[in-house]
Design a protein around this ligand. Structure first.
Ligand code: UT7
Length: 319
């Protein structure tokens, strides 16, 4: 049996840190409100001229090094992003070129905050069917570019960053992606969307969200996805070592943990330091937990996310 094994992981955060305190000088909010309602303490913001491809490239280089591979080994690049450098070409082909790769295929995947989970599913399928051997899956975002910095209900929540994994097709081992579950439902578009786009308005637009309604869907749908994903793999939730959630709000993480009776110590949280980096948040959080020694080789890890669309899903892997 062929499995998609995580051979390397890496991440990158832009240098500039924007604290809640600093933000409260330009918009009517406070450190106390943001921390109490979301758990967020700060976010990283890309420098002027620094694009999603730049962030993704840095994360990819770290992941390649961690995998002990060079760019030449890679024959597939998938970039999960909602904030591409351009409408086209795909940010993935820009990164492919920056890495000096002239073979294989590269494309972007758009499932907003669930992009990385969708990416695991898609890349896993392409590896298992023999389309590619070694893939770079990158979640990279410059959400700061699509925020309305005068709208306190959204601008305090997001940040920029990138995370990447090298996934390789390997035969016969225990490690790798065990199961993935993805879902979407377009009927709640108006609860979380961007009010612009090339076809509709010929503008980029800004993020709009009715946060408290999104919150309720997120907790219910994430918990359901995790249950379905574990069941599909024939593994009880209680056997899973680590949960790496999308980092939108600490209260969502707590709500899901309570619903599924998880030990909060098993739930990786970086929301305080990264805020919501959309498709980058899961690989950023996973990389943090690998680097600090919590997630070890052989551990069972569940990834999950929920985002605009609505889209949501979960992936279970043995690291
Ligand atoms: O990644 C995609 C998925 N996204 C999410 O999952 C986000 C889900 N939603 C959330 O995380 C939370 O709903 C928020 C953090 C966005 C909001 O927290 P909440 O506890 O649901 O607050 P609320 O929207 O019900 O607003 C409560 C009050 C309102 O004032 P009134 O109407 O009670 O007077 C808001 O106007 O808080 C006010 N408010 C703020 N106050 C200070 C909203 N934003 C702010 C702010 N600073 N930044």
């Amino acid at each position: 049996m062929i499995r998609s094994v995580v051979k390397g992981i890496g991440s990158y955060l832009p240098e500039r840190i924007l604290s809640n305190e600093e933000l409260s000088k330009t918009v009517e909010t406070s450190d106390v409100w943001i921390r109490e309602r979301t758990g967020i303490g700060q976010r990283h913001i890309a420098a002027e001229g620094q694009c999603t491809s730049d962030l993704g490239l840095e994360a990819a280089k770290v992941a390649l090094k961690d995998a002990g591979m060079t760019a030449d080994d890679i024959d597939l690049i998938v970039v999960a992003t909602t904030t591409p450098d351009y409408t086209f070409p795909a940010t993935a082909t820009i990164i492919q070129n920056l890495l000096g790769i002239k073979h294989g295929a590269a494309f972007d995947l758009q499932a907003v905050c669930s992009g990385f989970i969708y990416g695991v599913n898609v890349v896993d399928s392409l590896l298992r069917t023999g389309t590619a051997k070694n893939a770079l899956l990158i979640g990279a975002e410059t959400f700061s570019r699509i925020l309305d910095w005068e709208d306190r209900t959204t601008c305090v929540l997001f940040g920029d960053g990138a995370g990447a994994v090298v996934l390789s097709a390997e035969e016969g081992g225990e490690s790798g992606v065990l199961n993935s579950f993805i879902r979407s439902n377009g009927e709640h578009r108006e609860l979380l969307y961007v009010d612009g786009g090339p076809s509709k308005t010929q503008t980029v637009g800004h993020v709009r969200m009715i946060g408290n309604q999104v919150f309720k869907h997120a907790v219910k749908d994430i918990a359901g996805a995790m249950q379905q994903c574990a069941e599909g793999a024939g593994i009880p939730i209680s056997d899973i070592d680590w949960f790496v959630p999308h980092q939108a709000n600490q209260r969502i993480l707590n709500g899901v943990a309570k619903r599924l009776k998880l030990d909060p110590a098993q739930v990786i949280s970086t929301v305080e330091f990264h805020a919501n980096t959309s498709a980058a948040s899961v690989p950023l959080a996973m990389d943090a937990a690998v680097k600090d020694g919590r997630i070890k080789r052989g551990d069972l890890v569940m990834l999950e996310a929920f985002g605009g669309g609505f889209t949501w899903g979960a992936s279970l892997l043995r690291y």
